[in-house]
Design a protein around this ligand. Structure first.
Ligand SMILES: NC(=O)c1ccc[n+]([C@@H]2O[C@H](COP(=O)([O-])OP(=O)(O)OC[C@H]3O[C@@H](n4cnc5c(N)ncnc54)[C@H](OP(=O)(O)O)[C@@H]3O)[C@@H](O)[C@H]2O)c1
Length: 205
């Protein structure tokens, strides 16, 4: 039995993964963006040990979440699943003044990785769209040019880079990034519909 922490487990792939892991007998700790969502996660995943809460769009809350996770740990596996995909949304900033897709999808897993006591295995949910990530490193916050679709693709490329960076620096940790589209399709995820649209198919291998 492994102890597993899964971010964003009130819905979608995170919830599905949590349900599956509990069924397999693992000790699972859930996460919701706030207490209400954490409670919903607990209701959706009977058998999970507990749920912690924190908004990943806030650096302060992400740090506090890492503390809660460490109190509930140690974990053998941490699954960095929580993420947002808002291809048509206008550019939004978090309470910290950061572009929100960057903050939630890239910065939050980085912070949690740095702050949660190092587990044996890390899984980062990326996307096939990381392949068209083309971040302008002189404009990480996309202030000069905005596309929600590109911001997402960039954030998923950062996640892949994070997984590789961890693998290089922490050889004792198994660090893996997952292109989750196929998993999502197989699991019937609510957002998979997006990735199945004809326009999107053209982007995917
Ligand atoms: N579904 C696909 O086909 C697909 C394809 C490629 C990659 N992915 C990646 O796989 C992961 C899961 O995708 P999904 O389809 O399961 O997405 P989803 O159904 O939208 O679920 C995302 C989860 O992340 C949580 N979350 C979002 N913003 C948050 C924040 N600021 N603070 C805390 N939690 C937050 C959500 O909480 P709330 O429900 O409370 O908002 C939800 O639990 C994501 O990283 C996504 O980019 C998915």
């Amino acid at each position: 039995m492994a102890s597993v922490f899964i971010t964003g487990s009130a819905d979608g792939l995170g919830r599905l993964a949590a349900q599956r892991l509990v069924t397999l007998g693992h000790d699972v700790v859930l996460h919701g963006r706030n207490r209400h969502r954490a409670q919903e996660a607990m209701r959706a995943v009977p058998g999970a040990r507990t749920a912690v809460a924190g908004d990943l769009a806030s650096i302060k809350e992400t740090r506090a979440l890492a503390e809660q996770a460490n109190a509930a740990g140690p974990f053998q596996t941490v699954i960095h699943n929580a993420g947002i995909f808002r291809p048509n949304a206008p550019r939004l900033e978090t309470v910290d003044g950061l572009e929100d897709t960057f903050a939630v999808n890239a910065l939050a897993p980085y912070l949690l990785t740095a702050l949660i006591a190092s587990p044996q295995r890390l899984v980062f949910l990326s996307s096939e769209l990381h392949q068209i990530g083309q971040p302008d490193l002189s404009d990480l916050q996309s202030r000069r040019r905005w596309s929600g679709f590109q911001a997402y693709s960039n954030s998923k490329l950062f996640v892949v880079a994070l997984a590789f960076g961890v693998a290089r620096r922490w050889p004792y940790v198994l660090s893996k990034s997952s292109r989750s589209s196929r998993t999502a399709r197989d699991c019937g995820s609510r957002s998979h519909e997006w990735y199945s649209r004809p326009k999107m198919r053209g982007w995917l291998p």
